[in-house]
Write a protein that binds this ligand. Structure first.
Ligand SMILES: [Zn+2]
Length: 162
């Protein structure tokens, strides 16, 4: 049985008049993430971690932001696509650990919903999905509420020999 670890990171600007999607959940706020897709920073970091675990490139390779098909796309679809690639290679997810970094709004109460969305797509239980939140103590772009970032680690397990 072989295991692979993956790491992902993502950043987005925050802008007035955009929806704030984090972890597949829409969070009420006067600003939202700016991007070609729905700009879900957490799901993008998890996608990159999944791809990274099997050295399949990064999210920009699989979903170019110049491709009109991905304009305002729901990032849950991107995560489903990445899961499909993992499964094609004979792997399944063991667990996901992640951190979201932003100043406002406070997102703690939305974490169980995020865990549920991510677990459902990744084929694991909510106990296998960690979503943590932190601030930068008002320092830097996140502290000035200009943007947000997310980090994710995943562990994959190969079930059967090829
Ligand atoms: Zn992104």
């Amino acid at each position: 049985m072989s295991y692979r670890i993956g790491f992902g990171i993502d950043f987005h600007q925050l802008a007035e008049g955009r929806a704030l999607w984090i972890g597949g959940v829409e969070i009420p706020h006067h600003k939202g993430s700016l991007g070609h897709s729905d700009a879900d920073v957490l799901l993008h970091a998890i996608c990159d971690a999944l791809l990274g675990a099997l050295a399949l490139g990064d999210i920009g390779v699989h979903f170019p932001n110049t491709d009109a098909r991905y304009k305002n796309i729901d990032s849950k679809i991107l995560l489903q696509h990445c899961m499909g690639l993992i499964q094609q290679k004979g792997y399944e997810v063991v667990n996901i650990d992640s951190s979201i970094c932003l100043e406002e709004p406070k997102i703690k109460k939305y974490v169980p919903a995020m865990q549920s969305v991510i677990a459902g797509i990744a084929g694991i239980t909510i106990h296998d999905v960690s979503v943590k939140a932190t601030t930068t103590e008002k320092m830097g772009f996140a502290g000035r509420e200009e943007g947000l970032m997310a980090y994710a680690n995943v562990l994959l397990k190969k079930l059967a020999a090829e």
